[in-house]
Write a protein that binds this ligand. Sequence first.
Ligand code: ZN
Ligand code: ZN
Length: 91
Amino acid sequence: MDINILIFLIVLIKILKFIYNLLRKIYIKIRFYNYIYKNDIETECVICLDMINLNDNVYITECGHRYHLNCIIPWFKEQLTCPLCRFQIIL
Ligand SMILES: [Zn+2]
Ligand SMILES: [Zn+2]
Protein backbone atom coordinates (compact mmCIF):
# COMPACT_ATOMS: atom_id res chain seq x y z
CA MET A 1 0.00 0.00 0.00
CA ASP A 2 1.18 3.48 -0.82
CA ILE A 3 2.31 5.34 2.30
CA ASN A 4 0.35 8.44 1.22
CA ILE A 5 -2.90 6.47 1.09
CA LEU A 6 -2.12 5.05 4.53
CA ILE A 7 -1.59 8.54 6.00
CA PHE A 8 -4.72 9.75 4.23
CA LEU A 9 -6.76 6.91 5.78
CA ILE A 10 -5.42 7.58 9.28
CA VAL A 11 -6.27 11.28 8.98
CA LEU A 12 -9.69 10.41 7.57
CA ILE A 13 -10.44 8.08 10.50
CA LYS A 14 -9.35 10.79 12.95
CA ILE A 15 -11.64 13.33 11.27
CA LEU A 16 -14.56 10.88 11.28
CA LYS A 17 -13.99 10.12 14.98
CA PHE A 18 -13.94 13.85 15.73
CA ILE A 19 -17.20 14.41 13.83
CA TYR A 20 -18.78 11.39 15.54
CA ASN A 21 -17.85 12.69 19.00
CA LEU A 22 -19.11 16.17 18.12
CA LEU A 23 -22.48 14.82 16.91
CA ARG A 24 -22.78 12.67 20.03
CA LYS A 25 -22.20 15.70 22.26
CA ILE A 26 -24.80 17.72 20.33
CA TYR A 27 -27.27 14.81 20.48
CA ILE A 28 -26.87 14.47 24.26
CA LYS A 29 -27.36 18.23 24.71
CA ILE A 30 -30.54 18.23 22.60
CA ARG A 31 -31.93 15.27 24.58
CA PHE A 32 -31.13 17.00 27.86
CA TYR A 33 -32.75 20.25 26.68
CA ASN A 34 -35.89 18.42 25.50
CA TYR A 35 -36.16 16.69 28.85
CA ILE A 36 -36.05 19.98 30.78
CA TYR A 37 -38.39 21.74 28.35
CA LYS A 38 -40.91 18.89 28.39
CA ASN A 39 -40.90 18.74 32.18
CA ASP A 40 -41.36 22.47 32.31
CA ILE A 41 -44.47 22.71 30.11
CA GLU A 42 -46.02 19.56 31.54
CA THR A 43 -46.14 20.97 35.05
CA GLU A 44 -49.06 23.17 33.96
CA CYS A 45 -52.60 21.80 33.81
CA VAL A 46 -54.18 23.24 30.63
CA ILE A 47 -57.74 22.88 31.97
CA CYS A 48 -57.40 25.25 34.94
CA LEU A 49 -54.07 26.79 33.80
CA ASP A 50 -52.67 26.22 37.28
CA MET A 51 -49.37 24.59 38.07
CA ILE A 52 -49.37 20.90 38.94
CA ASN A 53 -47.60 20.46 42.26
CA LEU A 54 -45.89 17.32 43.44
CA ASN A 55 -48.53 16.54 46.07
CA ASP A 56 -51.53 17.11 43.76
CA ASN A 57 -53.56 14.17 42.48
CA VAL A 58 -52.40 13.88 38.88
CA TYR A 59 -53.84 11.97 35.95
CA ILE A 60 -51.35 11.14 33.20
CA THR A 61 -52.93 10.21 29.87
CA GLU A 62 -51.53 7.55 27.55
CA CYS A 63 -50.23 10.33 25.31
CA GLY A 64 -48.12 11.56 28.26
CA HIS A 65 -50.05 14.74 29.17
CA ARG A 66 -50.70 15.57 32.81
CA TYR A 67 -53.78 17.08 34.41
CA HIS A 68 -55.19 17.51 37.88
CA LEU A 69 -57.48 14.59 38.67
CA ASN A 70 -60.16 17.10 39.76
CA CYS A 71 -59.92 18.87 36.37
CA ILE A 72 -59.86 15.87 34.05
CA ILE A 73 -62.81 13.96 35.57
CA PRO A 74 -65.44 16.60 34.57
CA TRP A 75 -63.75 16.83 31.16
CA PHE A 76 -63.99 13.06 30.63
CA LYS A 77 -67.73 13.25 31.36
CA GLU A 78 -68.01 15.51 28.31
CA GLN A 79 -65.59 13.76 25.97
CA LEU A 80 -63.01 11.01 26.18
CA THR A 81 -60.14 12.80 24.49
CA CYS A 82 -56.96 14.42 25.74
CA PRO A 83 -57.60 18.20 26.00
CA LEU A 84 -54.17 18.93 24.53
CA CYS A 85 -53.77 16.56 21.61
CA ARG A 86 -57.25 14.99 21.18
CA PHE A 87 -55.83 11.56 21.84
CA GLN A 88 -58.65 9.02 22.27
CA ILE A 89 -58.74 7.94 25.92
CA ILE A 90 -59.77 4.43 26.84
CA LEU A 91 -60.81 4.30 30.47
ZN1 ZN B 1 -56.09 21.65 36.69
ZN1 ZN C 1 -52.42 14.33 24.99
